[in-house]
Ligand binder design. Structure first.
Ligand SMILES: [Mn+2]
Length: 359
């Protein structure tokens, strides 16, 4: 049970209209599908699975993700019940056809999640969006979008709290904690929010083993990943001192040498910022063009995935938006480029001085 002692001081973030909207749509639904974003991270998994554990006590609930999630999320409660759309498109379509409510967690635009997003847009049932990315598209019946919230998982907690859900199960609490922890780099960025720690206190009181969650996520890498990190930092990192920037780019061939698996590149983009005076970091890697992307790829066989990070008042989302058809948060953004790695790197070299501050 949520203890009043630990939550006194927690303000209501959601409006009454949002809370009542969710209450009404959830009450009316029997078959709920929960969707989250491509290449699911801890917050995507955490927010979606927390919603799943909440709903499954009284309804049929199914989490569907567009593509596979990294192995280091296998331990999460409910991870084994997730449907991966890419592996079984007809089944995903069937679930969406049967749904009488769709909840979208941790993404702002259905078109960003490939064919699964298209299915969701075409579905006639009501939709709820719960997210913390900028510029949500207007497709949901209830839109809970707060870009100042550090994680979608925290918004799920706040929503449940405001709905008056008092008995959070350990599964729900663990999933919410995982999302809060991963989207803040274990409370190292986006984490100057006093109320965040009231929620963490509550989750720990509910039984979450936060040390174990940390170990599951941060101390569970493959040997290949560890060696890839070493290679990237030693052989591939370029520093641009006059713009306080670092760039790492790796080809598919290089990744193959390290037995690359989904999730193995996670967090590499953050590492160059451990260097004094480096405030911008860019990581690029080659990827295959997925089936559903073929049209967008316009004949290209490779896609370059671009991640950018920055510190403080140095936005990277405009760079990602303007040059790499992406976007995201001010200090954490991503984009993509269909073509060769060299072309993507050249675009960076041609533009970084325009977007990155000198001091
Ligand atoms: Mn998130």
């Amino acid at each position: 049970m949520i203890s009043d002692k630990l939550t006194s001081g927690l303000t209501d973030k959601l409006t009454q209209e949002q809370v009542e909207g969710v209450r009404r749509l959830v009450e009316q639904a029997q078959n709920v599908v929960i969707l989250t974003h491509m290449s699911p991270d801890g917050d995507a998994m955490g927010s979606a699975l927390a919603l799943y554990w909440w709903l499954q006590t009284s309804k049929d609930a199914q989490v569907i993700v567009p593509n596979a999630f990294p192995d280091f999320f296998d331990w999460m409660p409910g991870a084994d019940r997730i449907l991966i759309c890419e592996n079984d498109v007809p089944k995903a379509q069937q679930c969406i056809n049967d749904a009488d409510l769709i909840i979208c967690a941790d993404f702002n635009e259905p078109k960003r999640i490939g064919q699964l997003g298209q299915m969701a847009l075409e579905a006639t049932c009501p939709k709820i969006l719960i997210d913390h990315h900028l510029f949500p598209s207007d497709f949901a019946d209830v839109t809970i979008s707060y870009s100042d919230s550090p994680s979608a998982s925290e918004l799920v907690y706040r929503m449940l709290y405001q709905l008056g859900v008092k008995d959070l199960s350990l599964e729900m609490a663990t999933c919410i904690y995982t999302g809060m922890m991963t989207d803040t780099g274990n409370f190292a960025f986006n984490s100057n929010h006093a109320e965040m720690y009231l929620i963490v206190a509550q989750l720990v009181a509910l039984g979450v083993d936060k040390d174990a969650v940390y170990n599951h996520i941060f101390n569970a890498h493959t040997e290949g990943r560890m060696r890839l990190v070493g290679y990237c930092l030693n052989n591939k990192m370029r520093i641009f001192p006059e713009r306080h920037a670092a760039l790492i780019y790796v080809s598919g061939k290089e990744l193959y040498r390290f037995n690359f698996k989904t999730g193995d590149a996670e967090g590499i983009v953050n590492m160059p910022m451990q260097i004094k005076n480096v405030y911008y970091s860019v990581f690029m890697r080659e990827d295959k063009v997925a089936e559903w992307e073929k049209e967008r790829a316009n004949g290209s066989k490779t896609k370059i995935k671009i991640s950018m990070r920055s510190q403080g008042d140095r936005p990277v989302n405009t760079f990602c938006h303007d040059i790499y058809n992406g976007g995201g948060h001010k200090n954490a953004s991503g984009g993509e480029y269909y073509g060769t790695l060299t072309e993507a790197v050249n675009l960076f070299l041609q533009n970084y001085e325009k977007y990155f501050l000198q001091d």
